[in-house]
Ligand binder design. Structure first.
Ligand code: ZN
Length: 316
C-alpha cells in the first residue's frame, strides 16, 4: 500500500476504459497507479457501435462527476488493431468497430485527450509501469488464455512496429506447417501454448477426459501426478519456453512477464519455464533476464489504459 502522503502528492488523474466483448470496465486512476474507483458497464444490450459509444460517454461523465478534478486524458484499451486512435478492426463481438475513428469521436464529444491502444499492449504497459516490471526498462509480456496476447516494451515504452501492427508474439511461428491458427497462419505459438491448446492436447492424451475440462483442472491433476496431465504440462512448458527463448534472444528483456489466469497456478509454473528458457536461450541474452508472473491480474487493462494516457499527455 502507498502511504497517504504520497496519494496527496499525486495531483494527476486519468480515466481508463477497458473494452471487452461483453462489457467495459471504466475507472479513475492516479499517477501512482492507484484505482480511485471503477465500475463495469454491460454491453450485452447495446446493438450498435453508436449505442456502445453512448455508454462510454456516460461512463466518462460518471467518472468526471465523481472525481470533481481535472484529468490529463482518457486511455482506452480495445481488443483489436488500432492505428492513430482509429480502430481498424479485430474486436470479436464488436462488429461495428471497424475503420472507426473512435479517438476523434470521443474527443469531439467529451473535449478530453483520448489515446487508444490494443488491450494486450496496455496490460503489458501496466506491468511495466506499476507491476511486475516496474523496476525495469525493457520487458516482454505474454498473456496466456484462450489465445496468447503479447507486448514488447523497450526503454520504458511500448514498441509495436510501424503503424502499431506488430508485437503479435502469440503469432510467432514455432512449428513450420504446424497446427492451423485462428489468424490463418500455421504453427503459431498460441496454437501450441495457449490454454485452449493445453486443453486440446490433454484430450488427445486422455480420451476419457470430461468434455468441459478446463486449464485449472488439468493443473490440479498435474500437481497430483496424473500421467496424462504431467505429459500435457511438459508439452505446454516445452512449447511456451520455445517461444520465450526466441523473445529473449531477440530482445534480451529484463523481465518476461507471464499473465493470464494460468500464471497464478504457482511458482512451479514460472520455475519450469525458467529452467527450460535458461537451457535454450543464448546465455548472453538471458544473462539479465528473469521470468516472472504478472502482478496486476484483471486490473491490468484499466491501469495500462491510464498509464498510456499519462505517458502521452502528462507533459503535453
Ligand atoms: Zn496465429
Amino acid at each position: 500500500m502507498v502511504a497517504k502522503n504520497d496519494t496527496q502528492m499525486s495531483k494527476s488523474h486519468a480515466i481508463g476504459i477497458d473494452i471487452g466483448g461483453t462489457s467495459l470496465k471504466c475507472g479513475v486512476v492516479n499517477e501512482l497507479g492507484e484505482i480511485l474507483f471503477s465500475f463495469i458497464v454491460s454491453l450485452k444490450e447495446a446493438k450498435t457501435e453508436a449505442e456502445i459509444i453512448n455508454l462510454m460517454i456516460d461512463a466518462i461523465k460518471q467518472c468526471t462527476d465523481q472525481l470533481k478534478e481535472p484529468i490529463v486524458g482518457i486511455g482506452i484499451g480495445f481488443p483489436g488493431l488500432i492505428e492513430d486512435d482509429v480502430i481498424i478492426g479485430g474486436g470479436v463481438n464488436l462488429p461495428g468497430f471497424e475503420q472507426l475513428p473512435l479517438g476523434k469521436i470521443l474527443k469531439d464529444r467529451t473535449g478530453h485527450n483520448i489515446v487508444i491502444d490494443n488491450d494486450a499492449n496496455l496490460m503489458g504497459l501496466a506491468e511495466l509501469i506499476y507491476g511486475a516490471a516496474k523496476d525495469s526498462t525493457d520487458a516482454v509480456f505474454l498473456t496466456i488464455g484462450t489465445g496468447i496476447g503479447g507486448a514488447i516494451m523497450i526503454n520504458k515504452g511500448l514498441y509495436s512496429g510501424f503503424k502499431n501492427r506488430g508485437g503479435e508474439l502469440g503469432h510467432t511461428v514455432i512449428q513450420q506447417n504446424g497446427i492451423l491458427c485462428n489468424c490463418g497462419g500455421r504453427g503459431c505459438l498460441e496454437t501450441y501454448a495457449s490454454v485452449t491448446a493445453l486443453i486440446n492436447y490433454y484430450k488427445t492424451q486422455n480420451t476419457a477426459a470430461e468434455e468441459n475440462i478446463d486449464g485449472k483442472t488439468i493443473i490440479e491433476k498435474y500437481l497430483s501426478g496424473e500421467d496424462h496431465a504431467v505429459k500435457t504440462m511438459q508439452h505446454h512448458f516445452d512449447y511456451l519456453a520455445a517461444g520465450i527463448v526466441n523473445f529473449v534472444n531477440i530482445f534480451s528483456p529484463q523481465k518476461v512477464i507471464i499473465g493470464g489466469g494460468i500464471s497464478e497456478a504457482g511458482q512451479f509454473y514460472i520455475d519450469e519455464l525458467t529452467q527450460r528458457v535458461k537451457t535454450g536461450a543464448l546465455p548472453i541474452s538471458f544473462a539479465h533476464s528473469k521470468i516472472v508472473a504478472a502482478e496486476l491480474g484483471n486490473k491490468a487493462g484499466l491501469l495500462g489504459a491510464c498509464a498510456n494516457a499519462f505517458q502521452k499527455f502528462k507533459n503535453a
